[in-house]
Every structure is written in C-alpha cells, then in structure tokens.
Design a binder for this molecule. Structure first.
Ligand code: SF4
Ligand SMILES: [Zn+2]
Ligand SMILES: [Zn+2]
Length: 406
C-alpha cells in the first residue's frame, strides 16, 4: 500500500493487507499522535487495509510544518471543516465539538443539569461520542444498549459499549430484544409488512422509550448527527411525507400521560419520554475524528443488514452536493428547522396528544384507532406477527416491566 505521511511529509510503500495498528507499528508511529485516513474517511486501529490501499497518516501534534493552522490557537491543524471554513488542532477540535453540542442544547432547551439523561448507544461513533461529550460537560447521563441479535456485529457492539461504560465509570443498561420480546432483528426477514430496518427502528424506538420511562429518566438522547437529520429531511421531502416533516425535530418534548388517572392494573400512566438530538450540528466525519482524538473505540463496520436502508443513498447524494458546495447540508437542515418547518409543516402535537390512548396489551401510548377497535400499538402488532411467523407462542402479552439487566 502507498502511505503518505503529512506533517512531516513522507512517502512509504508497505506490504498489505495489514491492520492500521500493525501499519503504525511497522512505521514506528505512536497511534495516539495521528489520524489515519483511507478512501477519504478516518479509520480506526483494528481496521484492515488492503494491499492496494492509498493511506494518509496525519499528525495530530505540533510539528511546525507549513500545513493548515488551527483556527483557534495557530498550532498545526489535524482536521479541516470546510463548511465552518476552519481547521483545528486536536485539543481545539474537542472544544469545537463541545461548543456545537452546547449551542444545540441551549438553542432548543434540550437538557438541564438537573435532568437524569439516558443515551441510546449502539456501539457506533455517534452515540458513544455523544455519551462522552455529555459526561465531559458534567451532565448526569447513563447509557442504554439494545441487543438486536445481529450475530457478531451485535456482540462486538455490545462489547464496545460495555468497555466504554467501564472506562468512564458510567452506568449502562443492557437489554436483548430476543430475551424480552421473543424475536430478534434477523427473524424479521420473512415479514411482508415492514422491512428489516423498519422493524429494527420501530423496536429500538419502542424499547428505548419504555426503558427511559420505567427507569425514571427525564430525557433520552440519541446520536443522530447532521448527516442523519439532513438525509432524513431529504427523504421526507422527496416523498412529500408531510406528517413526518411536521414531526421532524431535534428536540421533542415529553408527551402527556395518555390516561390522566393512570393506566389499568394500577400501572402509572404511560407517556412519551422527552427526546433530544444534541449532535445535529456535527457531521459524520467530525464525530469519527472526535472518537479517534479521544481514543474512543467504536464499531466501524456497518450493520450487515444495512442494504435495506434507503437513507444511505440520500447521504451519498448530499455528500456529492456538499463536496462541490460546502455548507449546503447545514443550510438545508438548519433552514428547515429555523424557518420552514413551523410555517409550512406546523407540528400537530396537540392533536396527536389528544388522539393517543394506551395500548391494550403493553399500555404504552398508541394512536386511537379510528374505527373504535381495541387499540394495539405498532410494536405489539409487529411482535405478534413475528411470533406467529416463527411459530412461537408468547409467554405473556406485552413486555415484562423490568425484564432487563442494568
Ligand atoms: S441497518 Fe437496519 S437492521 Fe441494521 S441496525 Fe440499522 S436499522 Fe437496524
Ligand atoms: Zn488549537
Ligand atoms: Zn403495545
């Protein structure tokens, strides 16, 4: 493979395939001092580079070369962010990430220091970086990992979350979809109503909300970044998904209890937990760089089932536009959130709250059926379909209240 070092500038030919860790060892480079870039993206130490790879190794510590300088302190920069027209050294880049998270939180009154917060962690760069930033900013924040049963991918994801929690001395709640609900994500392949990613997303939203409420959290935070939100917006606009457009936001308030005097059987009245996305001002690349600079191990491989995920195609389209015209992605999303959404796609939250009732099986909120039928939420309907498909009989209807491990 051809290896270009920057700062100081050097060229090397190295035989591959080889892991990034081994490559750096062979070149006698301290992994803490560099970012490694392959195919335009940052790569982590466990990734294996092919023999024909073109690799750039960029120093993240002061070297006094003539490269770009940090926008803040004038030290040699390790990352340039075209749409901010800025470059940063490692320390100032971490400050830049925190400042963007602070700006997002303050602009949308997302979180307070009194809140107990739970972050949904998947083992990927965004959610672990979010957990890390919020801990560093002094928030009371725990993690929640939902095992989806996607073979080695899910096992590795869980391990990196557990290692992160241990390293930071933080609390991680772990639940397994199969243990609690009798099916996992690969089981959904035979479903004709929803795609695998559709069932996966529904399950994640449902279980996350349920855990947040059961464990008494004030807010749940997800690692959705600028690329996620902009591509979601593009998809919703291309298909004129007006209900989704009116609900697309980076901070959704807690829903009111669906039954004012409590649910049946003496359970507390269910509601929707407050949901926030503090990374919406930061892109994928910034989050990958943050993890590398902070030494956060994350699962780099994509979910093997990602082929069914159309959002990836919208991300690619936006990245092409962004390359030609830096800043377009942010203008697209921020313009929608700040000016367009409320004017043209007003939120119907009040109507939605009035039309929500408890699911007759699990008591979580669900839209009131129009025809007077017994309300059953989308997750319970999907779960029942899965169990029929798999010829499994549920031991009980709905989910046990505290089945997970913490
Ligand atoms: S790619 Fe699809 S199946 Fe895989 S984790 Fe994402 S939503 Fe779930
Ligand atoms: Zn600096
Ligand atoms: Zn239900």
């Amino acid at each position: 493979m051809r290896v270009t070092r920057r700062n100081p500038d050097e060229q090397h030919e190295v035989a591959g395939p080889k892991s990034v860790r081994d490559l750096l060892a062979e070149l006698d480079i301290n992994p803490e001092t560099v970012l490694v870039i392959h195919d335009g993206t940052l790569v982590t130490r466990d990734q294996v580079l092919p023999d024909d790879a073109e690799v750039e190794i960029r120093s993240v510590i002061s070297g006094g070369s003539g490269g770009p300088r940090c926008h803040t302190c004038r030290a040699p920069a390790v990352i340039e962010i075209a749409w901010h027209n800025s470059a940063f050294c490692a320390a100032c880049f971490v400050e830049h990430v925190r400042a963007q998270v602070r700006r997002a939180i303050d602009a949308h009154a997302m979180l307070s220091y009194r809140d107990r917060i739970v972050v949904a962690v998947s083992g990927g760069k965004d959610s672990l970086a979010l957990w890390d930033v919020l801990l560093d900013m002094g928030y009371q924040v725990d993690g929640f990992y939902l095992g989806l049963g996607i073979g080695g991918y899910s096992e590795r994801s869980r391990e990196v979350c557990e290692r992160f929690a241990e390293r930071r001395g933080a609390t991680l709640h772990v639940r397994e979809l199969a243990d609690d609900f009798g099916f996992d994500v690969p089981d959904t392949a035979g479903d004709e109503r929803r795609s695998t990613c559709g069932v996966c997303g529904l399950s994640k939203r449902y279980v996350f909300n349920r855990v947040a409420l059961e464990e008494g959290y004030d807010a749940m935070a997800t690692g959705h970044n600028l690329d996620d939100e902009a591509s979601q917006l593009l998809g919703n606009l291309l298909r004129w998904q007006v209900p989704f457009l009116s609900r697309q936001d980076v901070a959704l308030p807690a829903g009111e209890p669906v039954a004012p005097d409590g649910g049946s059987d003496g359970h507390p009245a269910p509601r929707l937990a407050k949901k926030v996305k503090p990374l919406y001002r930061l892109g994928e690349r910034e989050m990958a760089a943050y993890c590398l600079i902070k030494g956060i191990d994350y699962v780099v491989e994509e979910c093997p089932l990602v082929g069914g995920n159309t959002v990836l195609r919208y991300k690619e389209a936006l990245n092409q536009i962004e390359a030609a015209s830096p800043g377009t992605k942010a203008q697209f999303l921020f313009g929608f959130l700040d000016r367009v959404r409320d004017e043209h796609f007003p939120s119907d939250q009040a109507d939605q709250a009035a039309a929500v009732v408890p699911c007759s099986e699990c008591e979580m909120p669900t839209p009131r059926p129009r025809d007077g039928r017994t309300p059953v939420c989308a997750f319970c309907r999907t779960r029942a379909r899965m169990l029929r498909l798999l010829d499994r009989v549920p031991e009980e209807t709905g989910a046990p209240a505290h089945a997970g491990r913490s």
